[in-house]
Write a protein that binds this ligand. Structure first.
Ligand code: HEC
Ligand code: HEC
Length: 237
């Protein structure tokens, strides 16, 4: 075989393997990192992290110290979730879980700027690069997604998405903050250093879309509740 044909054989092999359903790699484009913090902003953010967050998420951001709080250092989360999917839970919390809202607007101790700084501080600690997460909707067969969910996900996330030893996937505040692509990314890539494995090695891309569609439509009758905002100021205030 000539050198050329060996090369073309490899190209053929790679190209023909690419559309394979399981283990297919998406091309997630890397995007610019968010702004860096000043030394003072970093110091304050770290201090606030240790004061308000380490109790559950751990002094080293490892997670699982209390209330099965997730890891705040998995690269996968910070590749896909900065800013909004990390910022919103810090600001508004996850209704019905141990994760409260820390923004002053909902009665928390942090200003708006401090919640942004904390998000960026966590990003820089995670030492990774961001990928482009689109706001495009994921379409799939939610009925098939429900079956896949029951087969593969209930041990940790609960039959009704309530979260057993993992985040509550049916949580209305999580669903309203998390884009489809962020959810799909978590399922595809897993969360490194945690029990959440990358399902792209086990399920086809279509089935991952089906699961995303199922979670998105809250197909199992998961309930929605109202977020309580602090009273607005009156004119004399
Ligand atoms: C062995 C337990 C386990 C199984 C099985 C499992 N997960 Fe997870 N999952 C987790 C844990 C733990 C996390 C949180 C990881 C972290 O610390 O970031 C997670 C995170 C997630 C997240 C991100 C949630 C968020 O709020 O950011 C999604 C989405 C998810 N899982 C979907 C699924 C789906 C769909 C399945 C079934 C195909 C599944 N998981 C199976 C343990 C599991
Ligand atoms: C009382 C325990 C507790 C404290 C304190 C706490 N959290 Fe959480 N946090 C949780 C739990 C539990 C979850 C997962 C909730 C769910 O099921 O969706 C969570 C979720 C999160 C998420 C979403 C992660 C993901 O994978 O989607 C972020 C970001 C987060 N917390 C940041 C913080 C920060 C920053 C602080 C401090 C300002 C903090 N948390 C304080 C318990 C806590």
């Amino acid at each position: 075989m000539s050198k050329f044909s060996i090369v073309s054989f490899f190209i053929y092999f790679v190209v023909s393997a690419a559309p394979a359903a399981v283990g297919e790699d998406y091309d997630y484009r890397t995007i610019r990192s968010p702004r860096s913090l000043t030394a003072e902003e970093s110091r304050v953010a770290e201090d606030q992290y240790q004061r308000y967050c380490s109790l559950c998420h751990g002094a080293d951001r490892q997670g699982y110290v209390n209330d099965h709080a997730p890891s705040l250092r998995s690269k996968s989360l910070f590749r896909s979730g900065v800013p909004h999917e990390v910022l919103r839970p810090i600001q508004y919390g996850r209704e019905g879980t141990a994760m409260g809202g820390y923004l002053d607007e909902v009665g928390g101790p942090l200003t708006l700027d401090e919640t942004w700084n904390l998000t960026y501080w966590l990003f820089w600690q995670a030492d990774t690069e961001r990928v482009r997460i689109t706001k495009e909707l994921v379409s799939g067969d939610a009925g098939r997604g429900a079956e896949l969910y029951t087969e593969n996900c209930t041990d940790c996330h609960g039959a009704n998405g309530e979260g057993v030893n993992a985040p509550a996937l049916g949580n209305p505040s999580a669903l309203s903050h998390n884009s489809d692509e962020f959810i799909r990314y978590a399922i595809r890539e897993g969360r490194d250093g945690t029990p959440m494995e990358p399902w792209k090695d086990k399920l086809s891309s279509d089935d991952i879309d089906n699961l995303t569609a199922f979670l998105r439509i809250r197909a199992s009758g998961w309930e929605q509740s109202r977020v309580a905002l602090r009273e607005g100021p009156t004119p004399d205030q």
